[in-house]
Design a protein around this ligand. Sequence first.
Ligand SMILES: Cc1ncc(COP(=O)(O)O)c(C=O)c1O
Length: 323
Amino acid sequence: MSDKQKQQLYVRTPLIESTALSKHAPFKVYLKLENTQPTGSFKIRGISNLCKKAIEKGSKHIVSSSGGNAGIAAAYAARKLGVKATVVIPKSTPEFVAQKLRDENATVEYHGKVWDEANKRALEIASQSNGTIIHPFDHPDIWQGHSSMIEEIADDMTHKPDVLITVVGGGGLFCGVIEGLKKVGWNDVPVITIETVGADCYNAAVKKGELVTLDDITSVAKCLGALTACQQALDYYSQHEVHSVVISDKEAVDACLRFTDEHRILVEPACGAALAGIYSNVIPKLQEQGKLQTVIQSAVVIVCGGCSITLEMLNKYKSKFGL
Ligand SMILES: Cc1ncc(COP(=O)(O)O)c(C=O)c1O
């Protein structure tokens, strides 16, 4: 293994007790600040693990079709590991996102109207160039990488948290969380998974007991917008205490606004959805419904981050939802 491959591409992120968020809840709120990763989100944990393993097997070209945080993580990992990266993104992707990818030395190709079309092109490029396609969430190496955040939380906390709050897009983060909980022996810590209306493929799957493919993503939380969750995420639903919750876009955006004021941290609505777990009183509501029966004295929120957001965008969402 070369020196480049030995380097850790993600950082150990802070776990802080949030006085501001604890004021909104009858328990202590801890925040795992994944927004402080070099790529702005937790994604680098799992994606760098997958890229390293692919490079160890001889790959010299990383190919992604994500115009979101997974694409940025793949481009960053490829640059740090000294291999080429190509990211194919749909024509609808904002220019500032394409620029972030180029800033990481990735070759950016616009293709198609939607992700499916961009992904087909990415698969073509990968097969023609002997490259490795990096799925944004559905791979065991990704889950293994993401699970490291739970090991850090277990190291940093003096006690076991009573509940953990995370979001679900395609389910990569969630699978990593469950695997991390298993590793540290916290099998009995319930997990609340939050999605927004219009990006709620996981909630649809757990209700139906099988994977569901959404017709479209209508939520502003674009990076929660997988059409279908991964099978492993559904399988973990029956192996762990999981409460799947759907909130509105308005609640996610409201959480982003309040978090910016209270913590001076700007995050995407996808991450606002996790914070809405506190701001929108998701835990007391689940308790009232008799679904969450544990006494809650402390909760950990995974602040997953996200870099496809600007103050201007947040202000537009603010007006859109009359906040
Ligand atoms: C900031 C952020 N949070 C959450 C998610 C959802 O992660 P997953 O698709 O692994 O469930 C994503 C996915 O891109 C993301 O970028």
